[in-house]
Design a protein around this ligand. Structure first.
Ligand code: MN
Length: 759
């Protein structure tokens, strides 16, 4: 490197010995960007790499600037400002000369007259190969819209197979495009942001480049969900107002406490980014207030031993929040990340998350693979060096090797399970569209992620061609076909607790709320119409409209839903419409006044015409007992609402209730409202196995009659040579009465067994 000129302003291009002046163009007046000057770039590189080849940097600067000439970006800035900013981003990552130069040249082959041969001749084959890799990626982007995303991802990984620096430049390229995307048409903005969030941000994370990942996520989030972004920002700002200077105070206290024990530490605090806060809120479905780790603090120590000593000081000074301690120093993450994590109730009673690590770990935490990619003495190729030093790179190489061997992208996905995205799963629709979901997501999440209508009408699914339950947890690379039915307009409300993503949950809640309301409104309307018919008064929507204020309801639907739910009595509706209306004696099942009173006399068979003494039903809903077996006082009971029919009372042990498990909105909490002395009887069913001998049936009937049970019906449903199996429907006062009869029957020699039947 002897004889290299130090002043960038008077640089010579080595190849043709032409004097190159500083030719940084003046940006147009409208431009927002102050373009970096040639010597700024050189200074930035020299700041971390004193041995940088300034000639090379200067030649590349001039070459790219000349090549792009008058080209403009969408913003009106000279096109050259783009590769220059990409190069600047890479200087933040402290990358080597070849990477910086390739960044300057990255769009020249695709967009200008430049060729690979020319670049090879001027800058050498290493840089030529990097630029060609990036050119391939750019071409891929241009054709990718309709192509399968699995295929694209495969090509992307193959393109970076030769040199990981291609990926680093590609990420910087994407970052700059995301930073300056406001001049793009909205549709492409959205597409690019989606792709960034799905592919590039996780890829940056997998390579350990935290900063890069977060900024990519942040910029995408702002484009894809501006409302959510604004909400989080608002809350963060409000919090910042309330906790003015909290970060500074905590920093000071942490440093002071460590200093007390003779430890020099570099303490920095920061507020987490809106995207990470938002995803945490979504993933854990907690509100903003419950999030503890809005503030994060980094304690950088001189060596590993002092990291653990600092941890000791922290833990003896502030109470530890249990379950939050992680030691990634002894067990590094797959992307080379090392750090001790802990959360304490810190100064000001604020829960704060602390990361304790060494300087070197800090570099890797921030720059990941890029921290390894910078090599000072040029000993060995960057690839060899990375292979030696980086887990993340080893993983990438391994992934790409498998990829190179497999014939098709599906096979590749199957092999690698795309571990790349370690906190996400990537699945595909049958048409190859990539759907990114958080880990543990299931088919329900997938369906809602495709479209709300698909979620709402999902009735089944095939995963990789095989039928599977909708609750199946998805794995990377799964191809999911959601089967829908137009007959299902709303999902079972139980899905809400099955879904993992906030999007699916919100959609399910919305859909079931509407569906339940519709059901209740339908039920309410029938009840109202029945009451009006019975009372021989005329029902009309218009008339009810006029009565809405009296009912303190805002719409007819609202009134009907209230009646259906039992919050409002149909007779109140009638009175609101016809103030003269006199309430009939309340009866069930259309019985006439007087029936109920008759039913109370012990001599009359109660049948179904009697009023059912149950609390928890505050309306005129028709009530009946479960058809097979009924329920008797003393049973724990529930009511099941059937729109258009009314309420059916089941004993809690009834196996029939299984059918309604998915529809908790139909369950009514009801209780008996009857005292022990009531003469009212209730239906029950017994299954009796009796020994075949003359008169056995008579003996059974006699036992029931002797114990004051009314037999309604006896059915013989199976007969073998020795035994007969009977069902006996009977009416009893309550559970105690029924149990007594069962015990008496079991005591008979002709009876082999007796069981209560709950339909
Ligand atoms: Mn570019």
């Amino acid at each position: 490197m002897a004889g290299r000129r130090r002043t960038s302003q008077q640089m010579q291009a080595a190849s043709d010995a032409v004097v190159v002046p500083d030719v940084t163009p003046k940006p147009p007046r409208a431009s927002r960007v102050k373009m970096m000057r040639q010597y700024d770039l050189v200074d930035r590189v020299r700041a971390y790499n004193p041995d940088t080849d300034e000639d090379l940097l200067n030649r590349a600067y001039v070459y790219a600037m000349m090549a792009h000439g008058e080209q403009k970006r969408a913003s009106g800035d000279p096109y050259f400002s783009h590769p220059l900013e990409v190069a600047a981003i890479l200087t933040d990552l402290k990358l080597d000369d070849a990477t910086i130069v390739a960044a300057l040249l990255h769009d020249t082959i695709e967009d200008t007259e430049a060729t690979r041969t020319e670049i090879d001749n001027i800058f050498g084959a290493e840089i030529g190969a990097l630029v060609e890799g990036l050119t391939k990626l750019k071409r891929l982007e241009l054709v990718s819209r309709e192509a399968k995303q699995a295929e694209n991802l495969r090509k992307l990984l193959l393109a970076i197979a030769d040199d990981v620096r291609v990926l680093l430049i590609k990420l910087a390229d994407r970052l700059h495009n995301m930073r300056t995307m406001e001049f793009m048409p909205p549709a492409s903005r959205k597409r690019i942001a989606e792709e960034t969030l799905d592919i590039y941000a996780p890829l940056a994370g997998r390579m350990g480049m935290q900063e890069m990942r977060e900024e990519l996520e942040e910029l995408s989030f702002r484009v894809l969900d501006p409302e959510a972004h604004a909400v989080v920002m608002q809350r963060l700002d409000a919090l910042a107002d309330r906790n003015r200077n909290l970060i500074g105070e905590i920093e000071t206290q942490l440093s002071a406490n460590l200093a007390k024990y003779g430890m020099a530490a570099e303490v920095t605090g920061r507020r987490k980014r809106p995207f990470s806060i938002w995803t945490k809120m979504e993933r854990k479905s907690v509100g903003f207030e419950q999030l503890s780790d809005i503030y994060g603090f980094r304690i950088v120590m001189s060596d590993i031993e002092s990291c653990y000593r600092a941890l000791g000081v922290v833990h003896t000074t502030w109470p530890v929040v249990p379950g939050r301690f992680k030691d990634y120093i002894s067990t590094p993450k797959q992307n080379d990340y090392r750090s001790i994590h802990t959360t304490v109730i810190g100064p000001g009673n604020q829960r704060v998350e602390l990361h304790i690590r060494t300087q070197e770990m800090d570099q890797i935490a921030e720059f990941g693979i890029a921290a390894h990619a910078f090599y000072k003495d040029g000993a060995g190729s960057p690839t060899e060096l990375l292979n030696r030093e980086s887990n993340a790179f080893a993983w990438l190489r391994h992934t790409i090797e498998i990829l190179a061997e497999s014939a098709n992208p599906e096979e590749f996905l199957e092999h690698t399970k795309l571990e790349l995205f370690h906190d996400q799963v990537f699945c595909f629709t049958p048409k190859g569209k990539l759907i990114a979901l958080p880990r543990k997501a299931n088919v329900i999440d997938f369906a809602y992620s495709v479209h709300t209508d698909v979620g709402n009408s999902a009735v089944g699914c095939k995963i990789n061609g095989k039928f599977a339950p909708l609750s199946s947890e998805l794995e990377n690379g799964d191809e999911v076909e959601v089967l829908t039915s137009p007959a299902q307009s709303a999902p079972p409300s139980a899905w809400e607790s099955l879904a993992v993503t906030g999007k699916a949950r919100a959609a399910i809640r919305r859909a079931t709320r509407t569906a339940v309301r519709d059901q209740y409104a339908g039920l309410g309307r029938r009840i109202v119409e029945r009451l009006f018919a019975r009372a021989k008064i005329i029902y009309a929507d218009d008339k009810l409209k006029g009565a809405l204020p009296r009912l303190a309801r805002t719409s007819i639907d609202d009134v009907m839903a209230s009646v259906g739910r039992g919050d409002l009595r149909a007779s109140d509706v009638a009175r609101a419409m016809y103030p003269d209306y006199k309430e009939e004696r309340v009866t069930r099942f259309g019985g006439k006044p007087g029936d109920a009173a008759d039913a109370k006399s012990k001599t009359s068979p109660a049948k179904t015409t009697s009023a059912i003494p149950i609390r928890g039903i505050n309306s005129d809903l028709p009530v009946k007992f479960a058809p097979n077996g009924g329920a008797v006082p003393g049973d724990r009971i529930v009511g099941i609402v059937t729109p258009g029919e009314g309420i059916t009372i089941y004993p809690i042990q009834s196996p029939a209730l299984k059918d309604y498990e998915d529809e908790p909105q139909r369950w009514l909490d009801v209780r008996w409202d009857i005292d022990e002395t009531s003469p009212q009887r209730f239906p029950a069913r017994l299954e009796v196995h009796n020994v075949n001998e003359p008169g056995s049936l008579a003996q059974i009937a006699a036992v029931i009659a002797e114990h004051d049970g009314n037999i309604d019906n006896i059915g013989m449903f199976r007969r073998s040579p020795d035994f007969t199996e009977l069902t006996i429907d009977l009416e009893v006062y309550d559970l105690k009465h029924l149990s007594a009869i069962i015990a008496q029957l079991r005591a008979k020699e002709v009876v082999a067994r007796v069981d209560r039947v709950n339909g």
